[in-house]
Design a binder for this molecule. Structure first.
Ligand code: SAM
Ligand code: SF4
Length: 332
């Protein structure tokens, strides 16, 4: 069915209250659906925003209505002194929520420091509960590190803890029920993510895709499930198994576009503001910042990113060339 783009409301900056910040394009893993096997050429350090530059953008963003931010990457915890950035951002008046998406490998070293610095919520990415499979999917990782991080994060009071699980047909879709069992035992919120074809994804093939609807059918067979209120600000639809401590949900950017309710802007690690993960439209904030732009100018640039936010992504299962950035460069 053809969507009428013009029937979707145009965005104003005040409609957008959520900023995702990629703090680095570097990562300690090379997940098959995110990075090429040969890795990526990292941007030189001087092209990345400094903590001061990020804080300046966030401050102006907050004056325009942003009140939630998420730190992501690449892997945010490989950025040196990341805890300091959390502390700087937590001090910004008007910012209500700071969260982070991490692969969890380094988490156990930082979890308490992050809590003390003011991090409120954590999403940990874990696509499988099997060690060997984890090594295959991430090409580099040890699952035990992630599990240790999860246990410590729960102990530190990051509850409910969100787990991001990208489901891949024929690779980890036989673990859906195991993830549901996890939600029965722990205050964990599992979010099943649909695999998105991002730029030059050598791993993408139609056969790897499994839609959230198909996953839901499998979940329904497991037992009595009921809808629960949405947590946080995301596009997830959420459910719970009767008497479970945790919940589970779906993020279906491919099969059920949620663009019309998308409230986020994205800041790339090299300082471009993007309205959409899948659009090449970007506003350069880094160079104007380094050339001494004033607050008014910065406001105008952020407003420009908001008002030019695409009304919906044009990604579909047959197109893999929609983005000039890889997922790890924009920040998923
Ligand atoms: N390195 C951190 C991590 O893995 O959690 C943060 C960045 S990663 C790009 C953010 C999220 O995007 C992860 O949950 C990851 O599984 C997801 N992701 C990456 N590539 C994806 C793809 N092609 N389709 C769907 N999700 C993807
Ligand atoms: Fe790294 Fe996260 Fe991409 Fe995996 S999904 S390669 S952990 S950025």
């Amino acid at each position: 069915e053809q969507r009428d783009l013009h029937s979707l409301p145009k965005r104003r900056s005040s409609d957008l209250d959520y900023l995702r910040i990629s703090v680095t394009d570097r990562c300690n893993l090379k997940c098959v659906y995110c990075m090429p096997a040969c890795g990526i050429v990292n941007k030189p350090h001087e092209e990345l925003l400094s903590f001061e530059e990020i804080a300046r953008i966030v401050k102006v963003g907050v004056s325009l209505g942003i009140d939630k931010i998420r730190l992501t990457g690449g892997e945010p915890l490989v950025r040196k002194n990341l805890v300091d950035l959390v502390r700087i951002l937590a001090d910004i008046e008007g910012l209500k929520d700071i969260s982070m998406t991490t692969n969890g490998i380094l988490l156990k070293n930082y979890v308490w420091q992050l809590k003390d610095a003011g991090l409120k919520r954590l999403n940990i990415s874990m696509d499988t509960l099997h060690e060997e499979r984890y090594r295959d999917i991430t090409r580099l990782g040890e699952l035990k590190e992630v599990k240790d991080g999860i246990i410590l994060a729960l102990e530190a009071g990051f509850t409910p803890l969100k787990i991001n699980t990208v489901l891949l047909a024929g690779i980890n879709d036989d673990e859906i029920i195991d993830f549901l069992r996890l939600t029965q035992e722990f205050p964990i919120h599992v979010r099943f993510l649909e695999f998105m074809p991002i730029k030059d994804n050598e791993f993408w093939k139609e056969g790897n895709f499994i839609s959230c609807r198909e996953v839901m059918d499998i979940c329904c067979k497991f037992g009595h499930i009921e809808p629960v209120d949405t947590y946080g600000n995301g596009p997830a639809r959420n459910f719970q198994i009767k008497n479970a401590l945790g919940t589970f949900g779906f993020i279906a950017p491919m099969s059920e576009k949620f663009c019309s309710s998308c409230n986020r802007l994205r800041l790339t690690s090299d300082g471009f503001l993007k309205g959409c993960l899948h659009s090449n439209l970007k506003i350069n904030l880094r160079d104007p910042l380094r050339q001494g732009i004033g607050e008014k100018g910065l406001i105008q640039l952020i407003e420009l990113a908001a008002t030019t936010k695409p009304r919906e992504h044009l990604l579909d299962k047959n197109s893999i060339e929609a983005s000039e950035y890889l997922m790890c460069q924009i920040g998923g």
